[in-house]
Design a protein around this ligand. Structure first.
Ligand code: G6P
Length: 605
């Protein structure tokens, strides 16, 4: 949460920073600011509440020049999103600037002490204590002052600091992500890789407890005590274009349409030539577990619910799925015979990271299903299964969810084959269908027109109900989540068979009900439940398999999905629901890629 960009080199720092912040705006977008050190070694600051554009527009009318600077997009934790609380925060003499992502947990006692010592606070933020603390320790050596200050704070944070008297950026990481970009005569620091892609592919991912000193001619990484650490650089293979909109009006739409290609990347090289197995480079021994626990947040959690269904069915292992923020505080009963699977697009979600750490403390073997390479979770998990979805910029996750589903299909088949619970015949059928999923998802995208008509008809509604059962209950949950995230329409999802136990009271002739009724073993029961809605004058939007003519008699609107195996169907069925959310939000003129109050990567509790 919060985007950080720092630059020192030969270019105009503000250009690099504003460009980088734009690529990180998904991390927070309630206010933004930058500080530039000019040729006279004076720090000039500009901060604005609102989207980055407000800052960029202000900057165009009053540019700040200089080749060293720091910038920030904020996702407020302490203090309202206004100009004053926006970062950077400066010392009273204007010589020291600090930008921060995360939370300084002991800021209240520190603030009280510093105030008593005569420091005057301008903002309501926890960040500002860092400024005063570093200032209090500063005696000409910026690095030493930062080290001394950090010894007094605790929390999860990433900071970048500059001082008018030094051509240097000091960065430090305690949990919240920071990545260094290495250039020729210039160096960069950012919260995430997309900010660096136009300038360099060579990066160093800082680890917890790392400090980095960036000058234009070099970068040194030390611990918080100043001991120099060896950190190898990595080369990033994402291309910058993949992080651009490529002609689509929104990143989200682009990412929805990228899903067929994403599936090729997730599945690529993992479906064995024999047609009955998958190849995964995992160190875990499938025979050594008697249980699987899946934990994650948000959309990644819903992919885990599909994973539960697949693993139980194909590998006959008991599976539990829990949101990470609950799991980590629950004293979960796990041991060395438990496989704990964490799922995350960013690899930085603090709840998921801490859940992973809890699982490791309890002796479980941990497997991470991840998108972002070099992320915190990637370094701490025993095994990693990368989903290869590429950069996902839209805050509402779409292509990463698709790739997570594909990863669970692979994992379930792999476990099932290794444990002897999945026959070669069923494995062959599933694998053949998986090979076909890029084409199936491509075909599912064709529902856009049908979906657009529905979005138009119901864009003014305030509530929606989504129903799905079995492996598509999570699809209903994800459909409802997408709609509420980006259109702000209240949407609930229920297991279809559970509707009669409560939500049926809500059914009237005003609330649209999206019922997933694609081909499945329980199709007839689903149709009966749909009839129960209709009998109460409910508006039914049925998602049905191609060729299902009978459904028309039971639904006001039908969305057609390509026919596929039930176990594969969540990958196909989610597509029209993503489009429904998109088409609704776009019609309401809402900010699809950066919905209010959300952030893509939540690195605070
Ligand atoms: C945030 C985002 C969600 C995302 C969740 C988990 O809440 O808004 O879209 O699903 O975090 O993120 P992760 O990066 O761990 O998959």
């Amino acid at each position: 949460m919060c985007g950080i960009v720092g630059y020192v080199g030969h270019r105009q720092a503000a250009e690099v920073i504003l460009d980088g912040l734009k690529r990180l705006e998904y991390r927070g977008y309630d206010s933004a600011g930058l500080v530039i050190s000019d040729s006279e070694r004076v720090l000039n600051v500009m901060k604005r509440a609102g989207k980055l554009k407000v800052l960029s527009d202000a900057f165009r009318t009053q540019p700040l020049t200089g080749t060293l600077g720091l910038g920030h997009t904020r996702w407020a934790t302490h203090g309202k999103p206004n100009d004053i609380n926006a970062h950077p925060h400066l010392s009273e003499d204007g010589k020291l600037a600090v930008i921060h992502n995360g939370i300084i947990e002991n800021y209240l006692p520190l603030r009280a002490r510093l105030s008593a010592e005569g420091h005057t606070f301008a903002s309501e933020t926890d960040t500002e204590v860092l400024v005063h603390l570093i200032e209090a320790h500063y005696q000409g050596d910026l690095v030493a002052a930062v080290q001394a200050a950090l010894r007094e704070v605790h929390g999860a944070y990433a900071i970048v600091v500059s001082h008018a008297d030094h051509e240097l950026i000091v960065a430090a990481r305690a949990t919240s992500p920071l990545v260094i970009g290495l250039g020729q005569g210039e160096n960069f620091v950012a919260s995430d890789v997309p900010a660096l892609l136009p300038y360099t592919r060579e990066v160093i991912f800082l680890r917890d407890g790392d400090m980095a000193l960036l000058a234009k001619d070099g970068v040194t990484v030390t611990d918080f005590g100043g001991v120099v650490l060896r950190r190898d650089s990595a080369i990033i293979d994402w291309d910058a274009e993949a992080a651009e909109k490529g002609g689509y009006p929104h990143y989200m739409l682009k990412e929805i349409f990228e899903q067929p290609v994403v599936l090729q990347n997730t599945l690529g090289g993992r479906l064995a030539a024999n047609g009955t197995d998958v190849t995964l480079e995992l160190s875990l021994d499938p025979a050594s577990f008697n249980r699987v626990v899946i934990t994650a947040a948000g959309t990644a959690y819903y992919s885990g619910l599909v994973g539960e269904y697949l693993i139980e069915k194909l590998a006959r292992l008991p599976v539990e799925v829990e949101v990470a923020s609950e799991f980590r505080y629950r004293e979960p009963v796990i041991d060395s015979r438990t496989l704990v699977v964490v799922v995350s697009q960013s690899g930085e979600t603090i709840d998921t990271l801490e859940a992973l750490r809890e699982a490791k403390r309890q002796g479980a073997h941990t497997l991470a299903i991840l998108n972002a390479k070099g992320s915190s979770i990637s370094r701490e998990a025993d095994d990693v299964l990368y989903i290869h979805a590429g950069p996902e910029i839209g805050v509402a996750s779409t292509k990463a969810y698709m790739a997570m589903l594909a990863a669970f299909e692979l994992l379930a088949i792999w476990l099932g084959r290794a444990r002897g619970t999945l026959s070669a015949a069923l494995a062959a059928e599933l694998i053949a269908e998986l090979r076909h999923t890029p084409a199936l998802v491509e075909a599912a995208l064709k529902a856009r027109e049908q979906v657009a008509a529905i979005a138009e008809a119901f864009k003014g509604k305030s509530d929606y109900l989504f129903l799905g059962r079995g492996v598509n209950f999570p699809t209903a949950l994800e459909g409802a989540l997408k709609l509420k995230e980006i259109s702000y329409i209240h949407a609930e999802a229920y297991a279809t068979g559970e509707m009669k136990h409560g939500p049926i009271a809500l059914i009237d002739d005003d609330m649209p009900v999206v019922a997933i009724a694609t081909a499945s073993a329980l199709y007839d029961k689903t149709v009966s439940n749909i009839q129960e809605v209709r009998a109460r004058d409910g508006i039914v939007i049925a998602l049905a398999s191609e060729g299902d003519e009978a459904i028309k008699a039971h639904a006001d609107y039908v969305i057609t999905a390509p026919r596929t195996m039930e176990l594969i169907s969540p990958m196909v069925n989610v597509v029209p629901l993503q489009l429904l959310a998109y088409e609704t939000a776009a019609r309401l003129g809402l900010d699809v890629d950066q919905p209010r109050n959300l952030a893509k990567s939540v690195t605070v509790e």
